[in-house]
Design a binder for this molecule. Structure first.
Ligand code: FAD
Ligand code: FES
Length: 319
């Protein structure tokens, strides 16, 4: 273990949704490992049950780049060697990456990135990212052996009901990166996946092979082929429901597709989950910069994407 690994532990196993923000802050813990010494900071536990249940669920650590390769003209796949804790990330969770400087640009805030893949032995974590700004331009410069400060896994991931037999995953753009590990989780649970992948052009459809390798039926829809519109996606989904059947919808990356899924879910009495994106600062529920509105049984409620999500009930999501 390198001498100066710092581990910052924030989360608890306490049911987050039942806690007020004040209690959440009180439960925040920072534990630093440095030169073999373990120091506890800011430890203000007000819930004794939480103390008994407490275990580390999040770390900041220096991961090491194993590979960082282009998968097409827009996306790159970053594979990192990491701790077992980081590799325990679940589909739908994310990391805050301290992106390196590039060409004089120094990203001040960490950038959120969904976990694209994870392996337990040896522990590894993967990200699939599109180069859009200073942070991802910095990620693009990483080569094998480089260190990268990663903070996670964070947030609430996807949940599967083991009684389900068939689910539909509908994603667009970087949303496909978020949905991809869910296909693998569903395959392990014996749940069939139909994946509708949307992109501007066929060459930008990422992860199709990954979905296929998990046994999913893959349908690519693109703007250039005029197949990605809501009407066609709805037609495909209606065919699935009438044919094999579908127990639940999962989506990420498109408000238009979200609305199609919400309408069909309401019509056929299906459940669904959506991974939301929002610009973030802290990533741990404290700054409230990632708040979005949700419709909770008719009440419009503000919730933090980083802490209450990023995966939410499809029916409650608003564009
Ligand atoms: C939970 C979560 C998971 C994510 N997972 C992935 C992933 O797996 N792969 C991936 O490529 N990207 C992902 N993103 C998006 C990624 O974090 C942003 O694109 C990030 O801003 C990139 O940093 P940057 O410095 O390169 O670009 P920036 O300079 O930060 O942004 C580039 C442009 O995109 C805009 N922008 C940035 N974030 C958002 C947003 N959330 N909504 C709308 N506009 C935005 C900025 O305003 C700017 O115009 C995720 C975001 C969240 C919140
Ligand atoms: S990013 Fe700070 S509360 Fe979500």
């Amino acid at each position: 273990m390198p001498v100066s690994i710092q581990i910052l532990i924030i989360a608890t196993t306490v049911a987050k949704k039942r806690l007020s923000l004040a209690i959440e802050i009180a439960l925040c813990k920072a534990v630093f490992f440095r030169d073999g010494r373990r120091m506890l900071q800011n430890l203000t536990l007000t819930n004794h049950d939480a103390q008994e249940d407490w275990r580390p669920t999040v770390s900041t650590e220096t991961a090491v780049v194993l590979s960082n390769k282009a998968v097409n003209g827009e996306y790159r796949r970053l594979v990192m060697s990491c701790s077992a804790l980081a590799a325990s990330a679940e589909p739908g969770q994310f990391f805050q990456l301290l992106c390196p400087e590039s060409a004089g640009e120094k990203p001040f805030l960490r950038r959120p990135m969904s976990v694209y893949g994870m392996r337990k032995a040896p522990p590894e974590v993967e990200f699939l990212y599109k180069v859009t700004g200073a942070g991802t331009r910095g990620l693009e410069t990483l080569v094998q052996g480089d260190p990268l400060d990663i903070f996670g896994p964070l947030g609430v991931g996807f949940k599967l009901d083991l009684s389900w037999r068939s689910i539909a995953l509908v994603g667009r753009g970087a949303g496909l990166a978020t949905l991809a590990p869910l296909a693998s989780m569903a395959a392990q649970a014996g749940i069939h996946v139909t994946a509708i992948l949307s992109a501007r052009r066929p060459d930008l459809l990422v992860s199709a092979d990954l979905f296929r390798n998990c046994g999913a039926d893959v349908v690519g829809v693109t703007d250039s082929e005029a197949t990605s519109g809501p009407a066609n996606v709805e037609k495909i989904l209606r065919g699935l429901i009438a044919g094999r059947g579908c127990d639940a919808f999962f989506t990420c990356g498109s408000s238009r597709l979200m609305r199609v899924l919400q309408r069909l879910a309401a019509e056929f009495g299906l459940v669904g989950q959506i991974a939301m994106e929002q610009q973030m600062a802290c990533g741990i529920g404290l700054c409230h910069c990632c708040v979005r509105d949700f419709n909770m049984n008719g009440d419009i409620v503000s919730r933090r994407v980083c802490w209450d999500g990023p995966v939410f009930d499809l029916a409650e999501a608003m564009p």
